[in-house]
Ligand binder design. Structure first.
Ligand SMILES: Nc1ncnc2c1ncn2[C@@H]1O[C@H](COP(=O)(O)OP(=O)(O)O)[C@@H](O)[C@H]1O
Ligand SMILES: O=C(CO)[C@@H](O)[C@H](O)COP(=O)(O)O
Length: 486
């Protein structure tokens, strides 16, 4: 009998990736990818179209037994009573709901305590996370305030991966929408500690008294079947997994355990760790999300990661390889140049209106090499701050693994251990989110208590002389940015 195959999908910010692997061993059979449109507001049908192209490029799903979808977190997909998308989705990196986030934090402070100042603690206790513009709950408040007619039509709220799983199953009935713990925990209206939706917070956000009638996706367990594919589309043979948020899927793909920390350099910069207990950080630096295996995944996220490299390479007129060569040709610390990379505003620290800054420019330091190095060091400093925040929450940091598109840069790989002041594990370049989704699909198919053990990729350990001065300077200078001109 031939080996059953599973597919893992990563519907990420910039593209859709599909890996097809053997269910038992994890051996890679096929891969496909298709781009997503640019922008922080995207019609979900564009993700569906990209998924079709990526699947076709990966040789189709005819011989595949099970599939799970991992995806960018938090995006607001609002559906009307007929299951139609009401407006383009607002993505995790869309900062227009920053004011709504501040309003919601203050309002829960008044409800739970005596003043707006009690808000951060109240939210951390209620949902594990203090809302910022990235979270779905703040996007719903923005909708209620700016497009009230659309808000009044909302019959269901889904996230990108929930909506894609639902479409794979044929769509139709809103009651068929499902999600998993990791994604529910990123909405801002689900309490990871109790495993329950907080419909009072949904009602608060949408300013609707009838929020109990709004369909929220059923939250499935880590290896619970989400049903089967759409028979009318020839997908009836497919078992569907619950899927997961991208960071939780990556944790499955890397088989992370306690002490493991993933540093993902995609559109977002993410520092995440598996934790047996929920984390509630009233400072808002660490979000108390859940993972895809029944535990928790506290993480910190920056809005500025791989695209900082893209922008710097474009400015210098080089490709990724050229940028890495320039950065590695400069001395550590870039002769005193510091690049605070808040090009898209920032989420951690919560500075949605900030712009980036280049500080410490002198006639001597203003070179192409130093600019390239400062860009790499700047984005890594943001991640190093995130790692410190995790530690402050008692999360152990023992092994650090570098993943995401930015990890393909030799400069990022070589400079990361210097900035972080510790060795870094670099697995072979790969699609660890899609792999994690695939591993979940294999787990659902197998039905065991644990996900199958897959052969892991070769891992290189990268060391470097620590350069603490880089973080010291960054720490002293990151407060000197100005707001963007709107
Ligand atoms: N060799 C490289 N050096 C630096 N950045 C790279 C390299 N290869 C890919 N990237 C960047 O990685 C990003 C895509 O990474 P990915 O993790 O897939 O992002 P996302 O999950 O946000 O869609 C793109 O911005 C791309 O330019
Ligand atoms: O907002 C978060 C996590 O809270 C981001 O990690 C998004 O989930 C997008 O991830 P990428 O597409 O950049 O990998």
């Amino acid at each position: 009998m031939s080996e059953p195959l599973v597919a893992g999908i990563d519907s990420s910010t910039q593209s859709c990736k599909v890996v097809i692997r053997e269910a038992r061993t994890g051996r890679l059979r096929r891969f496909g990818q298709a781009p997503h449109p640019d922008g922080t507001e995207v019609d979900p049908h564009a993700w569906w179209d990209a998924l079709q192209v990526a699947v076709a490029t990966a040789g189709g799903l005819d011989d595949v037994a099970a599939v799970s979808v991992g995806g960018q977190q938090h995006g607001m997909v609002v559906l009307d009573a007929d299951g139609e998308v009401i407006r383009p989705a607002l993505l995790w990196n869309d900062t227009r709901s920053a004011g709504a986030a501040a309003d919601l934090v203050g309002e829960l402070g008044h409800i739970a305590g005596s003043s707006a100042d009690d808000g951060p603690r109240a939210w951390a206790q209620a949902t594990g996370t203090v809302p910022v513009a990235s979270l779905t709950v703040t996007k719903l408040r923005w909708l209620a305030d700016h497009e009230p007619e659309a808000a009044a039509r909302v019959a269901a709220v889904a996230l990108p991966h929930d909506w894609l799983t639902w479409r794979l199953a044929g769509g139709g009935d809103l009651a068929a929408l499902v999600t998993d713990r990791s994604e529910a925990s990123g909405t801002g209206y689900w309490d990871g500690a109790s495993g329950r939706y907080r419909r009072d917070l949904l009602a608060l956000a949408l300013r609707r008294d009838d929020a109990d009638d709004i369909v929220l996706p059923r939250v499935l367990g880590p290896a619970e079947r989400a049903g089967t594919g759409d028979a009318a589309a020839g997908l009836g043979h497919l078992v569907l997994g619950p899927g997961a948020g991208d960071n939780a899927a990556a944790a499955l793909g890397l088989a992370m355990g306690p002490g493991d920390v993933a540093l993902s350099i995609g559109t977002s910069g993410v520092v995440s760790a598996v934790s047996a207990r929920p984390v509630q950080d009233p400072s808002g630096a660490v979000t108390g999300f859940a993972d895809a295996a029944g535990a928790f995944l506290p993480l910190t996220v920056t809005l500025n990661a791989a695209r900082v490299l893209n922008a710097t390479a474009a400015l210098l007129g080089v490709d990724h390889r050229g940028l890495a060569e320039l950065a590695l040709a400069a001395a550590p610390g870039a002769d005193g140049l510091t690049f605070v990379p808040y090009l898209e505003g920032e989420r951690t620290p919560n500075l949605p209106h900030a712009s980036g800054s280049l500080l410490g420019m002198t006639l001597g330091s203003t070179t192409r090499e130093n600019l390239a190095r400062a860009a790499v060091e700047g984005l890594l400093c943001g991640l190093a701050d995130g790692m410190d925040a995790l530690r402050e929450q008692g999360v152990p940091v023992e092994r650090v693994t570098l993943i995401g598109g930015g990890a393909r840069s030799a400069a990022v790989r070589e400079i990361a251990p210097a900035v972080l002041g510790r060795t870094v594990q670099v697995p072979e370049p790969g699609e660890y989110v899609a792999d994690g989704a695939g591993r979940q699909a294999a787990w659902v198919l197998d039905g065991g208590d644990e996900p199958p053990t897959w052969t892991t990729s070769r891992v290189r350990t990268v060391e470097a002389e620590p350069t603490p001065v880089v973080r010291e300077r960054y720490g002293a200078r990151r407060g000197h940015v100005v707001d963007r001109v709107e």
